[in-house]
Design a protein around this ligand. Structure first.
Ligand code: PEP
Ligand code: MG
Length: 546
């Protein structure tokens, strides 16, 4: 048995077979063809298209980062011009009577392995270039591959690192647990694992090839990963699994009960979700609704801008499924670690301080209007609310209101039904917290995003695992801002909630009640444990003892 330690970012125990997720490896099907000439021509057309794309990328990179920075694309074009590479693809198509995709994948694999085995470090690095070029060719050949991993059985997924766009596309019923070598506790990948309620570890030092296909146990609570565990470990962890299951079953008794303290203070408990697949967990855990639907995952799951109609269908489905329960949908929060290729964002030195969230929406009116139209239309079908992320100034809210007025006017003129959703502000920058008295006049409610508020208040990059110990969401600066925002909200007669991960921290639930926080929006699996604690709390007594 090998034991690896990592950082547990989502608790619980998972036992199963280990499967290594390798980036960029698409699973290409081998298909028999009858017309080899036609298949070679198809390859030629894809090759020409890829040469054209790389030329455009080279020109763009030259303008933006200079010739030296653009050289990589020139190198990729050279691979496409390489006679050996092209001859190999054509010869596989003809000799094996197979599709061009298969021939490209096989050729790419062969060439990449050849480079990877070379002594010269420069040549070894060319293996990655061959992979890249082959990927581009495969995309040009059909582009039907959507990055989704197909798994035949539930597995423990081990990866170097997972981007939020990759995590959100995982076939969740087949993923028992996630273990990554890199990654931070505050990243969206960790947040998604908690939303899916699967154990997860980051920063686990291991060699993926050494564990692939073996049996593993992930202990997300203790931050341990056992490979080929012995009988004793298996039975100890099975026992832990059984106890956790028992605890979950006990919590089921709280379903249908109110989240109210012994002295009568109510706390609304909502769930955070990333897409419609999370709705089952919202209902199972008896949330009062959805307090944060991160709509950007709709964009991250797609390879092009989702249309108004596509978005409308999703928002309507959420509103209707939760039949009358409140659903807060946050407008697009792309940027920082949530990158979407087709947005073609310019390179930024500091993406967390860059063009993200509302800043993108205010600079791309068509994009924002499309989402707002879908949201206003869907709000005719349920109790929707809209939440605007990354607000720092009053003027941003005024621009948003102008755009909203335009959208409503257009919908009205077109005779399209729409509702009147509440509109709230995410307080996730120190600037917004400090002017929350003024912002309160511009909003129907506040939702405090403690993940970013902590990052910006403490000047600690939430993506950087080396800084995890400096990323202290319990820091007095963060807690004082939360308290201040709640006070300012109440003074203006609006509600204030927390939708960042800190909302699920049971060691602070009493403190939040004492501050007067009205609502928490947390991963679905955290709803019932918080309800239990709320029902056991006397806020007055807690306040007196602070
Ligand atoms: C936050 O910043 O607290 C938040 C809820 O948003 P996200 O984690 O998606 O940035
Ligand atoms: Mg945020």
């Amino acid at each position: 048995m090998e034991t690896y330690s990592g950082k547990g970012v989502s608790g619980g125990v998972a036992i199963g077979r280990i499967c290594v997720y390798r980036k960029g490896r698409r699973q290409v099907k081998r298909v028999r063809i009858t017309d080899a000439d036609a298949e070679v021509s198809r390859y030629e057309a894809a090759r020409e298209e890829t040469v054209r794309q790389l030329g455009a990328l080279y020109d763009k990179a030259c303008r933006e980062v200079g010739e030296a920075g653009a050289a990589i694309f020139e190198g990729h074009q050279m691979i496409l011009d390489d006679e050996d590479y092209n001859r190999s693809v054509a010869s596989i198509i003809r000799s094996q009577e197979v599709n061009a995709e298969y021939a490209v994948a096989a050729t790419g694999d062969h060439f990449a392995r050849m480079f990877a085995a070379m002594d010269d470090a420069y040549m070894r690095e060319r293996a990655a270039d061959v992979w890249d070029v082959s990927e581009r060719l495969l995309q040009a050949l059909g582009g039907e591959w959507d990055g989704r991993l197909s798994l035949h059985e539930p597995v423990i997924l081990v990866a170097e690192e997972l981007a939020p766009s990759e995590t959100v596309q995982l076939p969740r019923e087949k993923v028992l647990s996630i273990v990554t070598i890199r990654g931070s506790a505050n990243s969206h990948t960790a947040i998604l694992a908690r939303t899916m309620a699967i154990p997860a570890l980051v920063e686990t030092e291991l060699d993926p090839d050494a564990v692939d296909g073996k049996t593993g146990i992930v202990d997300g609570t203790e931050g341990l990963f056992y490979v080929e565990p012995d009988e004793e470990t298996i039975s100890a962890l099975r026992e832990r699994q059984r106890k956790e299951q028992e605890r979950r079953e006990l919590l089921q008794r709280l379903k249908g009960k109110e989240s109210v303290t012994l002295d009568g203070q109510r706390l609304k408990l909502y769930a955070n979700i990333g897409n419609v697949r999370d709705l089952a967990a919202v209902i199972q855990n008896d949330a009062e609704g959805v307090g944060l639907f991160r709509s950007e995952f709709l964009y991250l799951e797609s390879d092009r801008y989702p249309t108004e109609e596509e978005q409308f269908r999703v928002y309507r489905q959420v509103a209707e499924t939760l039949a009358g329960r409140r659903v807060v949908i946050r407008t697009l929060d792309i940027g920082a670690d949530k990158q979407c290729g087709y947005f073609e964002m310019e390179h930024e030195e500091n993406p967390a301080l860059g063009c993200r969230a509302i800043r993108i929406c205010l600079s791309r009116p068509e994009l924002f209007q499309t989402q707002l139209r879908a949201l206003f239309r869907a709000s005719a079908f349920g109790k929707l609310a809209i939440l605007y992320p990354m607000i720092t100034s009053v003027w941003e809210m005024q621009r948003i209101r102008e755009t909203v007025a335009l959208v409503k006017e257009e919908l009205g003129a077109q005779g399209i039904a729409f509702g009147e959703p509440e509109q709230g502000i995410m307080i996730e920058t120190p600037a917004a917290a400090l002017i929350s008295d003024e912002l309160a006049r511009e909003a129907d409610f506040f939702s405090i995003g403690t993940n970013d508020l902590t990052q910006y208040a403490l000047a600690v990059d939430r993506q950087n695992p080396k800084l995890d110990r400096f990323y202290d969401a319990h820091h007095p600066a963060v807690l004082r801002m939360i308290s201040m925002v709640v006070e300012n909200a109440h003074r203006a007669g609006i509600r204030a909630g927390i939708c960042g991960e800190l909302g699920a921290d049971l060691s602070l639930t009493r403190e939040f009640l004492a501050m007067g926080v009205d609502e928490l929006s947390v991963p679905p699996g955290s709803i019932l444990p918080i309800r239990k604690l709320v029902r056991e709390t006397n806020v007055e007594a807690y306040r007196a003892g602070r």
